[in-house]
Design a protein around this ligand. Structure first.
Ligand code: TYM
Length: 326
């Protein structure tokens, strides 16, 4: 039996942080063993908020390099820049005619981003392009963090609508989220998710941060005024977030960590989290430094070529079904 297809994307909007890694990218890497994996640097999505063209251009390669450094292997996964495969935008247009405005009005990410970026059509229809990304490859599963759940629900709804109207075409894609780490919180505000757009750089730990910076960020992590290290996402959101991070990086259970650190004091506990993250990120930095920009560029061009061939095959079928066939 042929393998099922996995698709996911990441925006090239700056350095990747451990939230991206723990919520999504480590699953991207793990799924390469058993699935036909397709991963995309979604550069067109990054144009939906105000941006600098030079920065976007540089960030695309930076993001591609980071993906390879964490273990996305171009010999096992298809990896490319979204804008180099125009079939994404074409399918997005077709899906737009099947998307009720009510569904877009409910999107919390739109509401949050529109407050800062203004109410723009591109930002509003962002989730439709995301659905097209997934559907243009007929993906069965999508590894993402918690914050993409609403977008995935819309994708499933659009796949069902299309199938009902034009005949069975798209799988209904499943969301894959890790049990722990699906929503890593900001170190400066443990009630908000860690985010690339956070105004305070101390809120997120970046994959390429130096050991010193990582220690400083964890030492300044906001916690409660208590003393005991214990897991309670409501009353001790900051400490619970740190426990989640430590548990993933050490492979130990939260219960075992609470047993060990309950009375250690917050200082030593934070140091232990920082040490584990420094160790975990070291191989990523080494791999990143060994990658050559030009070679990465060539890999991305080859990826786009393959992705265009695959997406065109699917779009030929879609065009025929909707009455736009040749
Ligand atoms: P983006 O670029 O914001 O984030 C990339 C991935 O990281 C996850 N993530 C987190 N996970 C845990 N904790 C956090 N604090 C955290 N912050 C981010 C995100 O859930 C995501 O999986 N809309 C998408 C990009 C996209 C996409 C797609 C994804 C476009 N088309 C098609 C999947 C399929 C986004 O903005 O991700």
């Amino acid at each position: 039996m042929s393998k099922q297809t996995v698709f996911s994307g990441i925006q090239p909007t700056g350095d990747i942080h451990i939230g991206n890694y723990l919520g999504a990218l480590r699953n991207w890497v793990a799924l390469q063993d058993d699935y036909d994996t397709i991963y995309c640097v979604v550069d067109m999505h990054a144009t939906t908020v105000p941006y600098d063209p030079k920065e976007l251009h540089d960030n695309r390669v930076l993001t591609a390099k980071l993906l390879m450094a964490v273990g996305v292997d171009p010999s096992r996964s298809l990896l490319y820049f979204q804008s180099q495969v125009p079939q994404h935008a074409e399918l997005s247009w077709i899906l737009g005619s099947m998307t009720p405005l009510g569904a877009l009005n409910r999107m919390t990410q739109y509401k949050e981003k529109a407050e800062k970026a203004g109410q723009m059509l591109g930002l509003y229809s962002y989730p439709v392009l995301m659905a097209a990304d997934i559907m243009v490859h007929k993906a069965h599963a999508v590894p993402v963090g918690d914050d993409q759940t609403q977008h995935l629900e819309l994708t499933r709804d659009l796949a069902e609508r299309f199938n009902n109207r034009f005949g069975d075409t798209f799988p209904i894609p499943e969301q894959i989220t890790p049990k722990r780490g699906a929503r890593i919180m900001s170190l400066q505000d443990p009630t908000a998710k860690m985010s690339k757009s956070d105004a305070d750089p101390r809120g997120s730990v970046l994959l390429l941060d130096s050991a010193d910076t990582i220690v400083k960020k964890f030492k300044s992590a906001v916690t409660d005024s208590g003393r005991e290290v214990s897991y309670d996402q409501e009353k001790k959101a900051g400490i619970s977030n740190l426990l989640d991070i430590l548990s993933i990086y050490t492979g130990r259970t939260v219960d075992a960590l609470v047993d060990e650190y309950a009375d250690a004091g917050y200082g030593p506990f934070k140091q232990a989290v920082a040490d584990a993250v420094v160790d975990g990120l070291a191989p990523i930095r080494t791999a990143y430094n060994s990658l050559d920009d030009e070679e990465v560029g060539r890999i991305m061009s080859r990826g786009a070529l393959d992705a265009r061939t695959r997406a065109e095959h699917e779009m030929a079928d879609v065009r025929t079904k909707v009455g736009l066939g040749g």
